[in-house]
Design a protein around this ligand. Structure first.
Ligand SMILES: [Cu+2]
Length: 581
């Protein structure tokens, strides 16, 4: 590093999980609505298991009477408060829940309180398994000798609201042969079958007393996944008639019976969390982590499943397995400590289900083997990146698109592995206000472009950012692109000043296939600014007052790119420089 002396201070900007503080015997309040949505079982349009377009992969999807993969459904969605105006964005680690409702959780001794709003067109409810409920919080209409307020929970009418209160006594928590946590499901139970097939199902995770971290994860678990194996007959949902009317205009919705009809028979979607053929995103973990899988099955006579993990084994009730079993509405917990890095199949082993797309992939990243990590992340990226809906930004991160009319959901920047992934989207800068640097410092990060962009688009670092939330925004940026060229510019308000126009450099790893990794670094020294790619200096300029370098550092990624970025590291250098400012 020449005269630069690295201090031990390294700002590692990991994606911290949002923390929900848990005090002794707390009540956890959730605002959950039943919302009608269009759900796509294959949002990437691909059979991701074989890597071919869904149309050519699955000709049976075009047979008469078959719905497209996007159909009307109802799902449980979490809102920020009782106004039910703002959806609570799912953190990246729960993006894989897909069709499932939010994770409701607590420790033994706590209470879960759910304010439920029915935004749908049918009466729905929330019926929990396992936890303690009184008759006004059971969510099921039947002749149980109750009346009045004790019936308000049974079937919440469209537009109605009901608050369910579920206590978590010892008998709702882990038993003698369980680990530190167990999962229960919740689902709508007005017309139980049709409601569940419509999509209304979700998980409750109960952790033993005193064994949950602030974010709810058990203290002896590093990563949790919830996967529901659901053979969903779209011919037996609350929305069958709507989907026939929308998709099969030649059929008469009213003449189609609910059971055993042709629409039912051809429209089974054998899904995992509502995804078929490997479209389930986000099952990524590190070698050696303590991973807890919670699996469950849906409600109908086809819901007999045998979840099978390739590549690694699990412990179920203390017994070693690589496959477990589920009967309708059953729940199991499987603990894995993956020792075998790779992209692995995770599927139902019941042949008719596997043949019909009940398959996903999970990724085990090695520790320390950087080339293999990057290769795995790149191979898994096209799937992760096109997951639907758009994942939330990692905690603490801010995106500023160049254009004011770009919506948040047009940007995809999310935690992946130990860095971040940016895909498609619009040109933007991404930053975390904690990565502010002053004086003399170096900023660096690795960038892996995972596939070519149709026209060379640029990505890289920015430094000296200030006023990033208003029209006076200013920052200095250093970008590269897939044709092996680099650029240095400064943005001040609306004005752009070119400091070094696009020029080729042999230091840049350029690959005609568009998949290359480059380490970019900006060094702000006492007297000059230096710009390095893969450790080689490609440009330098005197440090003077025209270039503002004190401020926020971050990433700049232009549009139509798919780039994995490593952690941004900001290191102060040179004690003399720091002291002089
Ligand atoms: Cu199955």
């Amino acid at each position: 590093m020449g005269r630069f002396v690295s201090l031990v201070l390294v700002l590692s900007l990991a994606a911290a999980a949002p923390a929900a503080p848990q005090s002794p015997s707390s009540t956890h309040t959730y605002y959950v609505a039943a919302d009608e949505i269009t759900w796509d079982y294959a949002p990437t349009g691909m059979d991701q298991i074989r890597g071919i377009p869904m149309d050519s992969a699955r000709p049976e999807l075009r047979q008469p009477g078959r719905f497209r993969t996007a159909v009307k459904k109802a799902v449980y969605r979490e809102y920020t408060d009782a106004s039910f105006r703002t959806l609570k964005l799912r953190p990246p680690e729960w993006e894989h829940l897909g069709l499932l409702g939010p994770v409701l959780r607590g420790e033994v001794g706590d209470t879960i309180r759910v304010v439920f709003r029915n935004n749908a067109s049918h009466p729905y409810s929330m019926h929990p398994h396992g936890v303690f409920y009184t008759k006004d919080s059971e969510g099921t209409p039947y002749r149980d000798g109750t009346e009045g307020a004790d019936k308000a929970d049974d079937a919440v009418p469209p537009g109605g609201t009901h608050t369910y209160v579920w206590a978590i006594p010892e008998r709702a928590g882990p038993g003698p042969h369980d680990g530190s946590s167990v999962m229960w499901m919740y689902h709508s139970h007005v017309e139980e079958g049709k409601d569940v097939e419509a999509g209304l199902m979700g998980p409750i995770i109960v952790t033993a007393r005193g064994q949950a971290r602030p974010d709810g994860r058990p203290t002896d678990v590093d990563r949790e996944f919830v996967v529901a194996f659901e053979s969903i007959p779209e011919g037996m949902s609350q929305y069958t008639k709507d989907n026939i009317a929308a998709q099969l205009p030649w059929a008469n919705p009213d003449s189609v019976a609910d059971d055993g009809n042709w629409v039912n028979n051809v429209n089974f979607f054998d899904s995992m969390n509502g995804y078929i053929w490997g479209n389930l995103p986000g099952l990524t973990m590190q070698r050696g982590e303590r991973v807890r899988w919670y699996v469950m099955a849906a409600t109908n006579e086809a819901d007999f499943h045998t979840p099978h993990w390739h590549g690694n084994t699990v412990l179920v009730h203390g017994m070693r397995m690589d496959i477990t079993q589920l009967e309708p509405m059953m729940m199991e917990v499987a603990d894995m400590v993956p020792d075998d890095p790779g992209i692995w199949l995770f599927h139902c082993h019941v042949r008719i289900h596997f043949d019909n797309g009940m398959a996903a992939r999970y990724v085990v990243l090695p520790r320390g083997d950087e080339p293999t990590r990057r290769a795995l992340i790149a191979a898994a990226a096209p799937l992760e990146a096109k997951a639907s809906p758009a994942p939330a930004l990692p905690a603490g991160w801010i995106a500023r698109p160049d254009r004011a009319d770009v919506r948040r959901d047009q940007l995809r920047f999310f935690a992946m592995g130990d860095g971040f992934h940016v895909s498609r989207g619009q040109a933007a800068i991404y930053y975390d206000l904690t990565s502010t640097a002053r004086g003399s410092y170096r900023v660096h990060a690795s960038f892996t472009q995972t596939r070519p962009s149709s026209h060379p688009e640029a990505y890289g670092l920015f430094v000296g950012g200030h006023d990033l939330d208003n029209a006076r925004e200013s920052y200095l940026y250093f970008l590269i692109r897939q044709d092996g060229r680099f650029l240095i510019k400064q943005r001040t308000g609306g004005a752009l000043q070119t400091l070094a126009d696009w020029a080729p450099s042999a230091a840049i790893h350029a690959d005609s296939a568009g998949a290359a990794t480059n380490e970019l670094e900006v060094q702000v020294g006492n007297d000059d600014l230096r710009f390095l790619v893969n450790g080689q200096q490609v440009a330098s300029m005197p440090r003077d007052a025209r270039y503002v370098t004190d401020g926020v550092a971050g990433y700049r990624i232009n549009h139509n790119l798919d780039v994995h970025v490593g952690r941004l590291e900001v290191e102060p250098v040179g004690v003399r420089a720091a002291a002089s400012r």
